[in-house]
Every structure is written in structure tokens, then in C-alpha cells.
Ligand binder design. Structure first.
Ligand SMILES: [Zn+2]
Ligand SMILES: [Zn+2]
Length: 188
């Protein structure tokens, strides 16, 4: 992984996200490392790659920008764990690597400006910055890219539900918001 590649990917991530910040500096390097370890070249579409993001902050945009994975293609899965980590899965081989930012797990941080941090991420080998674990992932049918394997209609609100995201109560399909309560409340 050379510094020129890092600069190129960082610029792409900056354009996608809107600015360069610590999260973008980390996420760019982390995603480049994930691709490298899976033997996937930069700037190509990898249809067999699925990335699981554990955080929905700046870093996520860099991972999306570098990998080309997206929620709409169902190749980017947001897990909402609030952790600076992402897992890179090669769907063809089943190989999966969970990469965590070693810095983020330090309880006490060195004083460092954003600029110093970017310079450090640019020049430090990824194996120093990150921890890598081999993991196993079982994807359910409802999580696979491609056409929905099923759709049904909620027996309460009547709305269509794809990908098996509904629940069954007494054999009847019910959508999540009818079954568990929703993030919204209809006021009109
Ligand atoms: Zn940011
Ligand atoms: Zn419903």
C-alpha cells in the first residue's frame, strides 16, 4: 500500500464525504487494507465483496467510497455497533476479515492534531494501525444482493415488505413497525 494510492483514495473519500477528518483518514486506510488483504484491486467494482460496517460516522463514508459498496447494492451492511470496525467478506470464497482501528480502542490518546493524524495514517503501515481477525459470516437469504427472494404484504397496515423482513403472528405476516412499534408516529 503506497502513499500515492492513499492520497488518491483520500481525495475520493473527501469528495464523497465533504471534508477530510479523522474518520475519513482512518476509514480510507482501513478500507484499502481490507481490499488488499482480500486481493482486490483499488478502483474496481467487486461484486463478490460485502462490507459490514459497525459504525455510522465519518469513517463509514470513506469505507463506502474506497470499496464502492453501497446499501442500495446490498453490499454494505450497517450493524450500528458504535465501534470503529468493519468486516470485509469475499462472498465467493467465504473469506472474511474483521478490521478494527487499534487507536480507537486506546483509553488514553496522545495529543495530536487532525493534520498530524492524517500524516501518521498516510505513512504508517496498516498492520501497525489495525487489528485483523479472521471471522465466519453466515449470510441469510434476506441479506443477499440480487432480487428479493420474497415479498409479502403486512396483514395490519397492508404495506409491502421485501426480503423476509416481516414477522409471522399466528401465520399472518406483520411488518416490523406494526409488530414492534415504529421509529415514527403518524400525526396527520
Ligand atoms: Zn467527517
Ligand atoms: Zn404493517
Amino acid at each position: 500500500m503506497n502513499e500515492k494510492d492513499y492520497d488518491e483514495q483520500l481525495a475520493k473519500a473527501r469528495d464523497f464525504h465533504g471534508h477530510v477528518c479523522g474518520g475519513i483518514a482512518i476509514g480510507t486506510k482501513l478500507a484499502m487494507y481490507g481490499l488488499e488483504l482480500l486481493g482486490m484491486p483499488l478502483n474496481e467494482r467487486h461484486k463478490n465483496l460485502i462490507v459490514f460496517l459497525e459504525i455510522d460516522r465519518c469513517m463509514s463514508d470513506a469505507v463506502q467510497s474506497v470499496t464502492g459498496c453501497s446499501m442500495g447494492k446490498r453490499t454494505l451492511k450497517q450493524m450500528y455497533y458504535g465501534k470503529f470496525a468493519a468486516t470485509f467478506l469475499n462472498q465467493d470464497t467465504g473469506e472474511a476479515l474483521r478490521i478494527t482501528d487499534a487507536d480507537a480502542n486506546k483509553k488514553f490518546k496522545d495529543d495530536e492534531t487532525k493534520e498530524e493524524m492524517i500524516v501518521r495514517f498516510r505513512s504508517t503501515p496498516p498492520e501497525v494501525l489495525f487489528k485483523v481477525e479472521k471471522v465466519k459470516i453466515e449470510l441469510s437469504r434476506g441479506d443477499l444482493p440480487g432480487k428479493p427472494y420474497m415479498t409479502t404484504f403486512c396483514s395490519v397496515c397492508g404495506e409491502k415488505v421485501s426480503d423476509g423482513r416481516h414477522k409471522l403472528f399466528g401465520g399472518k405476516p406483520i411488518c416490523k413497525s406494526c409488530a414492534e412499534g415504529s421509529y415514527y408516529e403518524v400525526i396527520d
